[in-house]
Design a binder for this molecule. Structure first.
Ligand SMILES: [Fe+2]
Length: 418
């Protein structure tokens, strides 16, 4: 193992049966410290095993206490800055006419052999941009940000034009502090002149050309509520007011005639788990309920593709869940047929890859989006670099998006015919 690592590589077994309980995630973070590799020169009696469990308990309690009752990190915005969070899609090569590619992975930051493999596979495809859809495990604290993203030996591939990470619920289990303070300054647009990434200034941004807008938004900041009460009044993951102001006044989204692609951590709809409708309702207040958009999300650790979907007060979206980046793909949440019909589920990946603790585990994966003027193509791959699916969209000059084709390449994907 590289001596730069402060936390040893986790195994996928560490993530089995992981709930979204804040307490459990803090406990697991502390539990991994049992495996912290400490350079010989720093080994002291403090680290004797007889002391460890007690210190682990207090350390966990300390983090838990701080998390539940301390203030969240301030929400960051673009106000008063020359950087407005809107960036032109540019090729990282000298060929300006080249198709622009974006590597996308969700729920990837587990620091396991599997997440490393996904990182390496994305790197091999050399996308111009990379976007993580959020969730750094277990609680997005500083050490976890370091091993997943910041250290030189981290496997997160930074696209040569830019690299970004969205806010998930797990980063907020440590109140978003390390996400804003440590991670974002290492990401953002790459400046060839300054030979560095300029920093991701906020948890939302837009990549655009004259035909498309890729708009990545933060549903994580409001995904954690008040202790105990949050189990009764569940957080709605709504967008912060600063995001709504930016969408209306900086992006002028209402009057935009480009194809819209949203990216968030949380899902608008699901055939398997709960839904988060509030962000879609907030978007509908800006662009109306009928405008059709593409929407990529994670949070659920699976690959699933949905058809045209709209909740009563929400926008009309074609959803794609790609939260299979690094967490074990478990199948414990079974397909709910009524929800699948409602959400227009088209296909999902239920292929069994392996078994851990007698639990069936599926395949991790990622997606590569390729934008060529008005054409947007997304290719989906699994952890064995197997090409599973390709979809291709085109946008007209009114902003209407049309599916040109969807090729299901791997015939073992579960195609749903409702
Ligand atoms: Fe999540």
């Amino acid at each position: 193992m590289d001596e730069k690592r402060e936390v040893v590589k986790r195994e996928k077994e560490d993530y089995i049966d992981l709930t979204r309980s804040e307490a459990q995630n803090h406990y697991r973070t502390e539990a991994t410290k049992e495996e912290v590799k400490i350079p010989e020169k720093q080994q002291t009696a403090v680290n004797k095993i007889s002391d460890f469990f007690e210190s682990k308990f207090f350390s966990w309690f300390f983090h838990y206490f701080k998390s539940r009752f301390g203030p969240r990190h301030d929400f960051q915005n673009y106000k008063g800055s020359d950087d407005n969070g809107i960036y032109k899609l540019v090729s990282s090569s000298s060929d300006s006419g080249k198709e622009i590619s974006i590597g996308i992975a969700g729920d990837w930051a587990t620091d396991t052999n599997e997440s490393d493999r996904i990182g390496v596979l994305i790197e091999k495809k050399k996308p111009d941009y990379t976007i993580h859809l959020g969730d750094t495990y277990f609680v997005g604290m500083k050490e976890e940000m370091k091993v997943n993203f910041i250290n030189e030996n981290s496997s997160w591939y930074r696209g040569k034009s830019g690299s970004f990470s969205l806010m998930g619920n797990h980063e907020m289990y440590s109140r978003g502090i390390s996400y804003f303070r440590d991670l974002l300054p290492t990401l953002g647009i790459y400046s060839k002149e300054e030979k560095k990434y300029l920093g991701q200034k906020a948890s939302y941004f837009c990549l655009e050309n004259e035909h498309w807008r890729i708009i990545s938004l933060d549903t994580g900041y409001n995904s954690v509520g008040i202790p105990i009460i949050e189990y009764i009044f569940k957080p709605k993951c709504e967008f912060h007011d600063d995001i709504l102001d930016w969408l209306k006044n900086t992006l002028d989204l209402k009057n935009d005639k480009r194809g819209l692609v949203f990216m968030t951590h949380h899902q608008y709809c699901s055939a398997f788990e709960e839904e988060y409708n509030k962000p879609a309702e907030q978007l509908a207040e800006i662009i109306g309920g009928e405008r059709e958009v593409l929407w990529y999300w994670g949070h659920e650790h699976r690959l699933a593709v949905y058809g045209k979907f709209k909740r009563e007060k929400g926008i009309t979206a074609y959803g794609r869940c790609i939260g299979n980046g690094g967490m074990p793909v478990e199948f414990k949440n079974k397909l709910k047929e009524d929800k699948a019909k409602e959400c227009k589920l088209i296909l999902h990946d239920e292929r069994k890859n392996t078994e851990i603790k007698k639990i069936d585990i599926g395949f991790n994966g990622f997606a590569i989006m390729k934008i060529n003027d008005a054409v947007l193509k997304t290719e989906y791959f699994d952890i064995n670099n197997k090409h599973l699916l390709t979809e291709e969209w085109i946008v007209d000059n009114t902003g209407k998006i049309n599916l040109v084709k969807m090729d299901v390449i791997d015939k073992e994907l579960s195609v749903v015919n409702f």
